[in-house]
Design a binder for this molecule. Sequence first.
Ligand code: FES
Ligand code: FES
Length: 182
Amino acid sequence: MRRVNKNERVRIALALNGRKLAAAAEPRTLLSDFIRQNLGSTGTHVGCEHGICGACTVLIDGVAARSCLTLAVQAEGREVKTVESLAAPDGTLNPLQAAFRANHALQCGFCTPGILMSFTDYLARNPHPSSAEIREVLSGHLCRCTGYAGIVKAVEEVASSAPAKAGKGDHASEAKHGGRGV
Ligand code: FES
Ligand code: FES
């Protein structure tokens, strides 16, 4: 196998929000930077760059992951979804986004893309979480504005309108840490 110099740019191809895209980047490029700077999709926010704040959370093959802890090359050939994937093409908010708006679950909105993506993954696996489970997932995100109550209320609202009761597992702990492995 040919060794790649750390400063050498490599072609990275992935599907971003359903579009097949590719760009050249250094092998050490973080997925968060690749999405924002190389692919020009800036909805994903970068806060701590240390896996703590959760602002950079995206879905990789449907699983929530910290994009600041993921190298772009690790996402080669995979399906990455960001907050831009949530609303309809005409701008209509999806139910989770609408619930955030209705419950004042954001102020500055810096943390919001990551929180939305974490709960997009989590609610797909556990559509009827308890308040404690919601708070457990939320504990993996930092928000400096809202006090969190509105976020919990928004997720509870979505959960209360979810159609079918699904089986539960202990998914909250893995979700709060930004995913189930990349
Ligand atoms: S930027 Fe804070 S967890 Fe990634
Ligand atoms: S709404 Fe401002 S950081 Fe969360």
